[in-house]
Design a binder for this molecule. Structure first.
Ligand code: M6R
Length: 369
């Protein structure tokens, strides 16, 4: 069942290129246009949408955070991403023109289900992004876009996350295409790049041995911090969540710009800090800012573990450990940058003697609020 792998998690990490390809299959035509006919909300209604709200928990919430950047950029619609467990308790403002996207691997997460019920009661339309056919969340939604990750057995979500990202990009690009924003050309280019991305995920997987070695060398540490900016920030949160649930380590993700507002006080000699660096070819301001953040923490003794695009020479002098990922458009980088963090957490957990598929205190689907 594990296909020769030591754990389901390792198998599911390795399954990711296929899962990503399967989730794109049939949704992009030869001309680089998207068709999401299965989403049974008529285009006319989608054109009326004036606000998007995403609700999800855990890893799916991190996918939703990334989706916010993509949706706002490509559609120019305001988008909020909220923890499903907080959503209905703050009396959110929703109406017929609000599109609520509920993201859930299992389709059974009670917090997410209660949030979507609340949204529908207020008249909002709900689109589920889900990996489990016929589960409760898609059944109670107006429409569903399935991720085709196949069954995910390990408690820690890996391939479901990557396919949730793909589905979110598809929705963002589709809404952009439909609304005809000024990003039309960019949208067509990104659609083409997205259709090639599973090959890039595969390339990342081929270069993971040094990441495993690094993870083993850090097994005795108590704390690992993760920093990112823009879409690298949710990637940092996801890297930290993986490490918490699998390695039972104190791991925290921060927006790198927040460092000087507090977290930098945590930096001490030898503290491992993973930094997700955006492409130097994309928004160079972002890239330059994070390079200074790396310098700041290194000057205070941090052991820097830098995840950066291949050929990014600017980070080399400040990286104690460099993990390179293939070049992608800025918004798509999480699809490649998350993979080393999954491998890192899985290997650290194993080195610490933990059971990776069944971490303590956790269940695969959380059906209580
Ligand atoms: O099935 P769901 O996607 O709704 O589950 C949401 C979270 O419970 C889930 O992502 C959890 O955080 C994972 N264990 C993360 O690896």
């Amino acid at each position: 069942e594990k296909g020769g792998y030591a754990s389901f998690m390792l198998k599911e990490i390795a399954d990711q290129p296929q899962a990503v390809a399967d989730t794109l299959l049939g949704r992009i035509d030869g001309e680089g246009s998207l068709s999401l006919d299965e989403v049974r909300i008529p285009d006319a209604e989608l054109r009326e949408v004036d606000k998007v709200v995403i609700v999800a928990c855990g890893t799916a919430f991190h996918a939703g955070m990334i989706a916010k950047y993509a949706i706002e950029h490509w559609t120019r619609l305001p988008c909020e991403t909220e923890l499903a467990s907080e959503f209905r308790y703050r009396d959110p403002i929703l109406d017929q023109r609000t599109l609520v996207i509920a993201i859930s691997q299992s389709g059974e997460t009670m917090d997410t289900l209660m949030a979507l019920r609340h949204a529908r009661e207020q008249g909002a339309k709900v689109l589920a992004i889900c990996n489990t056919n016929g589960s409760t969340i898609p059944r109670e939604s107006d429409a569903v876009l399935y991720t085709h990750a196949g069954p995910e057995v390990a408690v820690a979500s890996t391939k479901a996350f990557l396919t949730q990202l793909v589905a979110c990009y598809l929705v963002a690009l589709y809404l952009g295409q439909l609304r005809g924003t000024k990003w039309g050309d960019e949208i067509r280019t990104v659609v083409r790049q997205l259709s090639a991305i599973s090959g890039e995920v595969d390339r990342v997987l081929e270069t993971m041995e040094p990441v495993r070695e690094l993870a083993r060398s850090l097994a005795h540490h108590d704390t690992v911090l993760f920093l990112g900016r823009h879409v690298g920030y949710p990637v940092a949160l996801e890297g930290a969540l993986k490490l918490k649930e699998l390695a039972y380590m104190h791991a925290e993700g921060f927006a790198a710009g927040e460092l000087k507002h507090g977290p930098i006080a945590l930096i001490e000699e030898g503290l491992p800090v993973v930094v997700i660096v955006p492409s130097p070819r994309g928004r160079s301001v972002l890239h330059d800012k994070i390079v200074s953040n790396i310098q700041e923490i290194r000057a205070r003794g941090a052991r820097t573990i830098v995840v950066a695009e291949e050929g990014d020479e600017a980070v080399v002098p400040y990286a104690d450990h460099l993990i390179t990922v293939p070049a992608t458009p800025t918004l798509l980088q999480p699809l490649v940058a998350t993979v080393p963090l999954q491998v890192f957490a899985c290997e650290l957990a194993t080195a610490r003697g933990n059971e990776v598929d069944q971490p303590r205190n956790l269940a695969k689907s959380v059906t209580v609020e």
